[in-house]
Design a protein around this ligand. Structure first.
Ligand code: PLP
Length: 397
């Protein structure tokens, strides 16, 4: 990665909120006030009411805007609050083209909420630009990208889609939760709005739910600020502080987790019981080269397929180190079952169409020693194998 004034890891720590101007404090003060005294009837101060602006939330908004190379950041009470508020940039009669294996909550928002307000959508496999072009309508106003996608880690060409969007006078939204600005900067590739579930890698410790949005255009910034204040799903100050603290170690956490993820993906690839591994670092990943061009790394999330649901159940009940849970991007490894967790909001038929099988597991690699994780997965796979042998014996009786 080339650096401008300072490299990314330095910018995580050295920013304009490093030292509190009033006290010299080296941690951003948590300002709980909901309202601010006004000293003049005719001219109010910068802060008047905390939904509109609060100094602690503002610090986080400044920091994420800088890290994403945008002009303005916005902090929301969850990733879904950020995503839903960004969708309010659209109006009745507009159409959005959206990636088909999108996060389950975004799928639910688009299909069950926006549809009631007259906002249409088409799901497409965004790795296929020809299919994408066919989905464009005269009223298409936004392209919604998630890359790498969840849970199949498909990689979408952000630059190509942003260009297509511009030609069609539409906005490009990119959910950058999986890679964060440490590994991918959608705004520099042409996107208009970057969205985050800061619940994941940005905060990184499974102890806060938060969402962020960043834009690079002043007029879009004004529109989103108006929506943030109107809808009101803002991030509380304690949580803003937790995200700020988590951000300071983003680079080291992600680098270590990614290193382990690369080892674990190649371990899984060699296991006869693992039918398929989905991870952009693997040479046979269909968008391996694109990922190398548009991002600084493959990230720390991978998915893998076992023989069937019984094998998944056996693996999950025998594995000891990762937590088995919804979510990703934490210090502890998290094993998830997309069919029943992140994508439970998607009907089974829709899941199957997208290749999200009941035999698929997703792993977010944490900071444990990778050899310990591999040992744990090995012993769990032995149990899966033993279970299959017992099953076969049962059948032959
Ligand atoms: C978790 C997640 C979301 C939703 O974020 P919340 O903070 O849970 O509301 C959106 N997109 C992706 C890719 C996610 O992983």
């Amino acid at each position: 990665m080339e650096c401008e004034e300072y490299c990314f890891e330095t910018r995580l720590l050295h920013n304009r909120h490093k030292i509190d101007a009033a006290t010299g404090a080296v941690s951003v003060p948590i300002q709980h006030a909901s309202t601010f005294h006004q000293f003049d009837v005719d001219s109010f101060g910068k802060y008047d009411y905390a939904r509109s602006l609060n100094p602690t939330r503002e610090a986080l908004e400044d920091v994420i805007a800088e890290l994403e190379d945008g002009v303005k950041g916005f902090a929301f009470s969850s990733g879904m609050a950020a995503i839903s508020t960004a969708f309010l940039l659209l109006s009745k009669g507009d159409h959005v083209v959206i990636t088909e294996d999108v996060y389950g909550g975004t799928y639910r928002m688009v299909t069950e909420v926006l549809s009631r307000f007259g906002i249409e959508h088409s799901f497409v496999d965004m790795t296929d630009l020809e299919q994408l072009k066919l989905a464009i309508k005269p009223n298409t106003k936004a392209f919604y990208v998630e890359t790498p996608s969840n849970p199949l880690l498909k990689v979408t060409d952000i630059h190509a889609i942003s260009k297509l969007a511009k030609e069609n006078h539409a906005l490009t939204f990119v959910d950058n939760t999986f890679l964060t600005p440490a590994l991918q900067k959608p705004l520099t590739l042409g996107a208009d709005v970057v969205l985050h579930s800061a619940t994941k890698f940005l905060s990184g410790h499974s102890d806060v739910v938060a969402g962020l949005a960043v834009v690079k255009d002043e007029s879009l910034a004004r529109r989103l600020a108006f929506l943030q204040n109107s809808f009101g799903a803002i991030l509380g100050v304690q949580d803003a502080w937790l995200v700020l603290r988590g951000l300071k170690t983003l680079h080291v956490r992600l680098e270590q987790s990614q290193k382990s993820a690369i080892e674990i993906a190649s371990f899984f690839e060699k296991q006869p019981l693992v039918k398929k591994v989905y991870y952009p670092a693997l040479i046979d990943h269909p968008q391996h080269d694109l990922q190398q061009i548009q991002a600084y790394g493959p990230g720390a999330v991978l998915s893998f397929e076992l023989a069937n649901e019984a094998a998944v159940r056996s693996f999950v009940s025998n594995v000891k180190i990762p937590v088995f849970a919804v979510s990703l991007g934490a210090v502890e490894s998290i094993l998830s079952y997309p069919a029943k967790m992140s994508h439970a909001a998607m009907p089974q038929l829709e899941r199957e169409k997208r290749g999200i099988k009941n035999s698929l597991l997703r792993l977010s690699v944490g900071l444990e020693n990778p050899d310990d994780l591999i040992k744990d997965f090995s012993q769990a796979l032995v149990s899966v194998r033993e279970g299959q042998l017992v099953g076969q014996q049962g059948e032959s009786k």
